[in-house]
Design a protein around this ligand. Structure first.
Ligand code: F6P
Length: 356
């Protein structure tokens, strides 16, 4: 059996653990196995940049962050466009796949990566997709790997801010990654006792944020912590079309939404609000034990799918079970936080403000 493997898009903590699961699952059960690792995501597949990997490459990597194959962003929307030298990227990927006579291509990545995986499936290649992203926004799986490791990092950042905010009686904003969705902010915010949590799915109102801070101050609590998703949006901005919003944001002087909120708080309350952005640390470091288990299970389930020739699927985790979900059913769909879900209601019940 010959398989190809690649990791594409933003990296995360448990990519290596997932690849290890796939390869170990195949090695144990297939007589002859060759694994070709394409370097730096789809780039490696397009330009025929790969390495023949051995068991040694997959040994000792369960706890290693990043990806041994490297990654890059190759936006799906440009996949059909020729590269700067006129190369047809889709045809190049197909050609390299056929040249190596691969039985299957294992693709680890997030939403964009999944769309390209589905495109390759439509083009006739055998593909299996594994859902990676700290954003947890892949439709059709309860959880993506990288998410809980990132929750740990973001929570640790908020925990550290907590002690200094309390000492100085300050308002602090911690900006959390998550792209267009608020999973990471919601979980890290609840895990570290944030007082106000702002998510893209629940547009905020400045007045509600100020009321929540004032309420804390009046009850003798001098500090307030806000966990703000990088994609958080005001009620006012949420009414604008994509184009109108882009135009408006281009005119604003803020590096990100948190700075805009901080300025508003400073102006209205007369005391300075500080911003902390843990940024890419949230994607870095060692995968947490949950992710190691998740990836070992997803990787092993992917190995079974390959041996059973059940191609064209994402290996998902649904209700605690590994399941195969057809790529055509999920590619291009986003999984956001439901503003009416139980977790939001429970958080509101204990006094957490969502700024709405
Ligand atoms: O999708 C993962 C993610 O870390 C998002 O949370 C974030 O918006 C984005 O990638 C950052 O991308 P880049 O690493 O290309 O700056």
């Amino acid at each position: 059996m010959r398989i190809g493997m690649l990791t594409s898009g933003g990296d995360c903590q448990a990519l290596n653990a997932a690849m290890r699961g796939v390869v170990k699952g195949l090695e144990e059960n297939v007589k002859q196995l060759e694994v070709y690792g394409f370097l730096n995501g789809y780039k490696g597949l397009i330009y025929g940049n790969y390495r023949l990997l051995t068991s040694t490459d997959f040994s000792g990597i369960l706890t290693k962050g990043g990806t041994i194959l490297g990654s890059s962003r190759q936006p799906f929307k440009y996949m059909r466009d020729p590269d700067e030298n006129g190369l047809n990227k889709v045809e190049a990927m197909k050609s390299n796949y056929y040249k190596l006579n691969l039985d299957c291509l294992v693709i680890l990545g997030g939403n964009g990566t999944q769309k390209t995986a589905n495109l390759l499936r439509e083009e006739g290649l055998n593909v299996i997709h594994l859902p990676k992203t700290i954003d947890n926004d892949i439709y059709g799986t309860d959880i993506t790997f990288g998410f809980y490791s990132a929750v740990n990092v973001a929570s640790a950042a908020i925990d550290c801010i907590h002690t200094t905010a309390a000492s100085h009686n300050r308002v602090f904003i911690v900006e959390v990654m998550g792209h267009k969705v608020g999973w990471l902010t919601l979980y890290a915010g609840v895990a570290s006792g944030a007082d106000i949590i702002l998510l893209p799915e629940i547009p905020y109102d400045d007045k509600k944020i100020l009321n929540a801070i004032r309420k804390r101050q009046e009850s003798g609590k001098g500090f307030t912590i806000l966990a703000v998703a990088e994609g958080a949006i005001s009620k006012e901005d949420a009414k604008l079309s994509k184009k109108e919003l882009k135009k408006k944001l281009a005119k604003e002087p803020y590096p990100s939404v948190s700075y805009k909120i901080a300025e508003m708080i400073t102006k209205e309350l007369g005391s300075e609000a500080r911003v902390t952005v843990p940024g890419h640390t949230q994607r870095g470091g060692t995968p947490c034990p949950y992710d190691r288990v998740l990836c070992t299970r997803l990787g092993s389930a992917a190995a079974k799918a390959i041996m059973d020739k059940k191609y064209g699927n994402m290996v998902a985790m649904i209700d605690g079970d590994t399941k195969l979900v057809p790529l055509e059913e999920v590619a291009g769909k986003l999984k956001g936080v439901d503003p009416d879900c139980k977790m939001i209601k429970e958080a509101k019940r204990i006094g957490i403000s969502f700024g709405d």
